[in-house]
Design a protein around this ligand. Structure first.
Ligand SMILES: Nc1nc2c(c(=O)[nH]1)N[C@H]1C(S)=C(S)[C@@H](COP(=O)(O)OP(=O)(O)OC[C@H]3O[C@@H](n4cnc5c(=O)[nH]c(N)nc54)[C@H](O)[C@@H]3O)O[C@H]1N2
Ligand SMILES: Nc1nc2c(c(=O)[nH]1)N[C@H]1C(S)=C(S)[C@@H](COP(=O)(O)OP(=O)(O)OC[C@H]3O[C@@H](n4cnc5c(=O)[nH]c(N)nc54)[C@H](O)[C@@H]3O)O[C@H]1N2
Ligand code: SF4
Ligand code: FES
Ligand SMILES: [Mo]
Length: 908
């Protein structure tokens, strides 16, 4: 207990804290401007001065100590504070002070009734597309400088120049871009005066606000989504003493909701209204929902009756809720009678799921993001551009490096942003991760660094594995990976001895024709070193889309029902037949369905006749998209259910307008298996409908047309809300058993599996034993990529994403601010290669593969090696998927997006 007196009264406190916090906690106000609990004390404004045992100190920088006698307010303090305040605001353009800012409250506190404009300095307003800085409102408190440095670990804001000339600058007085600003908007949240403010401001009194979840990536940040008319403002969900960051898309990327382009009404091709023959030249006609859904159900019934349920395929959506995904696979399985249901997880982490199920028994991320940044000693990031693709997790890793001095190892062919924070960087050659992992395992075993007790107790197949590993040739590994032995040795030692080590990966590992082998190789390393099932360690595949984890959990995969219950397991199938029973001899399919890529290809041999695509855009995102376009043209019937017209909907027969996440209710499951509630802030726009209701209405029509009668306990389609569907999910999905709507509404943090009515003890998987019993070490051989460079196509094309855009770009290309920062396809190439082709930075460049060509803007850089090219798939014209190869991993069926052979040419 710390006993102090404040203004003559006695108080005791359990913890040491700053005087300002202590006083606030007992209701004593001390004026302050630069202090914010979530930052280290800055001590610049001197408004918080108090007397401690008669000496003047800043209450924000001084901590309470036993016996302190504190005076917070007397004549002298008041007069000093007033002087300090006047000095602070001396250069302020007072008329611009917003009446709800912290500064305006201080004006009132210091007794300025009507404030007239005083002197102000040079009028300097600097803007970027998202926010702007007004020099005449800056009191140089330094909060933005600290917030940017301590929370975002960027160093965009600075004080430069000396004495009276001192001012707040961007970087070294340069542009936001030059200062490496990521436009996360944290500084906006911390500026107490409104000097840094968003370009779009909402009317405080008119806005509607809800707490929901970001619609972009798998980090799943909680957001406050506010709208006022068609203006959107997003702020992070705030807790008192912890700042929850957002990235640029989360904060500034949600205005797509109100984009003019939104699909406003169901559209059907005219030939369908005329009962004519399929014709993709036939124009789209706006119709009402009844007409559209009648046509869709009639066509699906016709095709099912003539060619069987397996002639119809379904794409579900990692952008949609768990409830919607559950219903889509239920519709496919129960009513159409097919397991042909899959989604973009196939293109993403299918190799992770296949690999981890065989090595540890569960395909999901084993630890939580906070557990990793709070408890890991070493973090090893491989094939994950975490600061651009899972930005808020990336920021937390940067903080862990700065504050906790964790070891950071990064393996990526490109010198990605996070490398600046790493201890060891491995510029690995594309496709050589198995060789890398095998080499690390060999070095660990040779030096006796393996965790022998852990292996004995918890692993199997070790002796065979060890025999194989010891037989590999390290010189060969050095050659294949391009990484020197000394570096491999250092990495092996850190991973094994500076534990716990968390291994993090994403598409650089999974998207290869040997993606599953890569995942086995990663599991091997973590099993060998005893790094799984422990806090701060684990196997951590970062899931990409906001709800890709959920779409998998809900059984939108061709081989499993919801909860990973196998469609080949007779007992399971019988259980679902009981749940979903229709009258007559109702049977579910026992045949594993087709994957997304297979469904597209099957349009050509007509083994698939119709596709129903909800919230995916294969014409932008599948490999070798010229192939996709030709296949889609062969479909007898194509339905696209989206919020926008897309490159894919150009080939649809019927387009159904869905409502965006801001208009609906349900749950998303993030990368760490956390189930989050999303809530509507507005009603469905135009004539759109939430996917949940589109699917229910369609199902009921199909049931009627097929003269089915629901008999099973969960056979009916009478859902009135997402809660109704979640109740059914709870009942049919053991891992979601107690993830009840009410618990989520109460704000409980639930990570699946949720087997118990109360409590949540499963945030780290495999703690005592692995989901499959023992962890299995696998022997994996290094296999080369399918297509290697040759004389004609001498470059390796690596593909991926930019911070500012999302996949096919349907959402982010409709946010004008994001488009301003990144408006064109960018092609990265090495400085030497550029020189030898006479290509200058910023020029147009052509990239050609055996399958197609694209034009993009050259970004000439040392960040990747000579012989490598990197491009993205965010813009239709420069879409790298015109070039990529449909080479699939033989088990997971994931395409090898990360390696194919190309050549380049100058344009013009
Ligand atoms: N801004 C933004 N964020 C996103 C997305 C988006 O479209 N835009 N998409 C989301 C989705 S669905 C996903 S899946 C994730 C993807 O997230 P990431 O996987 O992090 O992103 P990518 O850009 O696909 O590739 C990751 C890295 O793998 C590297 N790489 C390529 N080949 C190899 C290799 O052979 N070995 C190794 N070790 N590395 C290699 C690339 O150089 C690249 O830096 O991002 C999610 N977040
Ligand atoms: N070259 C290359 N290609 C790749 C990859 C790569 O690294 N390189 N990565 C692959 C990966 S990891 C992935 S995940 C895939 C992503 O592939 P896709 O899932 O096809 O890509 P998105 O652009 O995210 O498509 C989502 C669609 O959903 C729509 N949508 C948004 N919200 C809703 C909603 O609430 N309801 C409905 N009905 N629709 C909605 C959007 O408008 C958009 O058209 O791309 C893959 N393609
Ligand atoms: S990190 Fe992901 S979930 Fe968080 S704000 Fe950014 S895009 Fe949204
Ligand atoms: S609040 Fe203490 S010096 Fe600014
Ligand atoms: Mo993904």
């Amino acid at each position: 207990m710390i006993k102090i007196t404040i203004n003559g009264a006695d108080y005791s406190f359990k913890e040491k804290m700053t005087i300002i916090d202590a006083c606030e906690s007992v209701g004593i106000y001390i004026p302050k401007l630069c202090y914010d609990k979530r930052l280290k004390p800055i001590g610049r404004c001197k408004l918080c001065i108090v007397k401690v045992n008669d000496k003047i100190v800043t209450a924000c920088e001084t901590k309470i100590e036993d016996g302190m006698d504190i005076i917070t307010n007397d004549e002298e303090l008041r007069s000093f504070r007033k002087i300090n305040f006047d000095l602070l605001v001396d250069n302020i353009y007072v008329e611009r002070v917003n009446d709800i800012s912290e500064l305006s409250k201080l004006f009132k506190y210091f007794g300025y009734k009507s404030i007239s404009s005083r002197c102000f300095s040079e009028n300097r307003i600097v803007s970027n597309p998202f926010f702007s800085f007004d020099n005449n409102l800056c009191v140089q408190c330094g909060r933005c400088v600290s917030a940017c440095k301590e929370l975002q670990c960027r160093f965009v804001w600075n004080f430069a120049y000396k004495g009276k000339n001192q001012k707040l600058t961007i970087g070294a007085d340069e542009s936001f871009e030059e200062a490496l600003c990521e436009f996360c908007g944290t500084c906006v949240d911390f500026c107490p005066t409104g000097a840094i403010k968003n370009n779009i401001l909402l009317d405080e009194y008119n806005k509607k606000s809800v707490e929901t979840v970001c619609s972009y990536c798998g980090v799943g940040c909680k957001i406050n989504l506010s709208v006022d008319g068609e203006n959107v403002l997003v702020t992070p969900k705030q807790t008192d003493d912890k700042y929850n960051s957002l990235c640029v898309k989360g904060r500034y990327g949600h205005s797509y909701i109100f984009s003019e382009d939104r699909l406003k009404s169901p559209l059907v091709r005219k030939y369908l209204l005329d009962d004519g023959k399929k014709d993709l030249k036939s124009e789209f006609i706006e119709v009402d929902w009844d007409t559209a859904l009648d046509i869709v159900s009639k066509k699906l019934v016709e095709i099912k009756r003539t060619f069987g349920g397996d002639s119809i395929g379904f794409f579900s959506s990692a952008k949609c809720t768990n409830e919607e995904n559950y219903l889509l696979q239920k519709l496919a399985r129960q009513i159409i009678g097919t397991n042909n249901v899959d989604h973009c997880a196939r293109l993403c982490h299918s190799s992770t799921v296949v690999g981890l199920i065989q090595s540890v028994g569960s395909g999901a991320m084993t630890n939580t993001m906070d557990d990793i940044v709070e408890n890991a000693s070493t973090v090893f990031i491989i094939g994950s551009n975490v600061t651009e693709q899972h930005p808020v997790f990336g920021v937390k890793i940067r903080r862990a490096v700065m504050n906790r001095k964790i070891n950071l190892i990064v393996a990526d062919p490109r010198y990605i942003d996070i490398v600046d924070f790493s201890d060891i960087y491995l510029p690995i050659k594309p496709g050589s991760d198995v060789a890398l992992m095998n080499a690390l395992c060999k070095i660990i075993i040779e030096n006796g660094w393996e965790d022998k007790d852990y292996i004995n107790e918890r692993c199997e197949n070790y002796e065979e594995f060890k025999k194989y590993i010891l037989s590999i040739n390290l010189d060969e590994c050095v050659k294949v990976t391009g990484i020197d032995y000394e570096i491999l040795y250092k990495v092996a030692k850190k991973v094994a001895l500076e534990k716990p080590t968390a291994l993090i990966w994403a598409m650089g590992i999974t998207q290869h024709n040997h993606g599953v082998d890569n995942v086995f190789a990663l599991s091997n390393l973590q099993l060998l070193t005893g790094n799984i099932g422990v806090s701060g360690g684990g196997l951590n595949p970062l899931r990409g889309q906001n709800n890709v984890q959920g779409a998998c959990d809900m059984g939108c995969l061709p081989d499993v029902f919801n909860g990973y219950q196998r469609v080949m397991d007779e007992e399971i199938v019988k259980k679902f037949e009981n749940f979903w029973k229709m009258d007559g001899d109702f049977k579910l399919s026992r045949v594993v369905g087709k994957t997304v890529t297979e469904m597209v290809d099957s349009l050509n041999d007509k083994s698939i006749r119709a596709l129903y695509i909800m919230g995916e855009n294969p014409v932008m995102t599948e490999p070798d998209v010229n192939r996709v376009v030709e296949s889609l043209k062969n479909a007898d019937f194509l339905v696209v259910q989206d919020i926008f017209p897309t490159e894919t909907s150009k080939f649809a027969d019927v387009i159904l307008p869905a409502s965006s996440f801001a208009e609906k209710e349900g749950t998303f499951t993030n990368t760490e298996r956390k189930i989050n509630l999303i809530k509507p802030v507005i009603k469905p726009l135009y004539n759109s409908k939430p996917d949940l209701f589109i699917l229910s209405e369609l199902a009921n029509r199909l049931i009627k047309m097929l003269s089915l009668k629901p008999m099973g306990v969960y056979a009916k389609w009478d859902y009135e809300s997402a809660k109704d569907v979640l109740d059914e999910i709870n009942a049919t999905t053991p891992i979601y058993g107690y993830a009840k709507y009410e618990r989520l509404l109460n704000g409980e943090d639930l990570y699946w599996p949720v087997y118990k009515e109360t409590g949540n003890e499963t945030s780290i998987l495999h703690q005592k034993k692995f989901s499959r019993g023992k962890g299995k070490l696998h022997i994996v051989l290094n296999k080369p990529p399918k297509e290697r460079p040759n004389e004609e196509f001498p470059f390796v094309l690596n593909t991926g994403r930019e911070l500012y855009h999302w996949h096919g770009g349907e959402l982010t290309r409709r946010v004008k601010e994001l488009l301003k920062v990144c408006s064109e396809p960018i092609v990265m190439l090495n400085t030497n290669d550029a020189k030898s082709f006479g290509i200058k930075d910023g020029e147009l460049i052509k990239v050609i593969s055996r399958r197609g060509k694209i034009i993009g803007r050259a970004f000439v850089t040392e960040r990747l090696k000579s012989g490598e090219i990197f491009g993205n798939f965010h813009f239709p014209d420069g879409n790298v998927n015109k070039l990529t190869i449909k080479a699939l991993d033989s088990v997971a069926k994931i395409p090898e997006y990360k390696v194919c052979a190309v050549k380049i040419e100058r344009v013009g």
